[in-house]
Design a protein. Structure first.
Length: 132
């Protein structure tokens, strides 16, 4: 049973570069968030400051939703190519649409996430992004 453990250790070591290397442009870490009527899954999104992420937003419902987190986006470095996807602090998703945003959170804190469509937040479409 020694070999599988050794192999796993090598894998873990190889796949977890130092934060500084990631910030310098290594592959962003994938974080998928599913939007549906009427929730975010996961609703709690823990991130690390200085780590680059590819935020993969998937709207699985037929109707439109948005990923509104103005304070979080303002506290993050958004990849230049993706800045146009965020309008008024939110990413809009039509039914069945997926949107990827590459960003690096720059300030630790707890940030509110919600859908701004009429009544969606009141029906439970809220979340929280925590940057450590
Ligand atoms: Cu919604």
């Amino acid at each position: 049973m020694h070999k599988p453990i050794a192999a796993l250790a090598v894998l873990l070591t190889a796949s977890v570069p130092m934060g500084s290397l990631v910030a310098q442009g290594a592959q962003p870490q994938l974080v998928s968030v599913e939007l549906s009527s009427f929730k975010f899954a996961p609703a709690e999104i823990p991130l690390r400051r200085g780590q680059a992420y590819r935020l993969h937003l998937v709207n699985t419902s037929g109707g439109g939703h948005d990923f509104a987190a103005a304070e979080f986006f303002a506290a993050s470095n958004i990849a230049a190519a993706d800045r146009g996807l965020i309008v008024d602090g939110k990413v809009k998703l039509a039914g069945k649409q997926s949107v990827d945003v590459v960003l690096t959170p720059e300030k630790a804190g707890t940030y509110a996430l919600r859908c701004t469509h009429f009544l969606h937040s009141g029906m439970g479409m809220n979340g929280r992004i925590t940057v450590q």
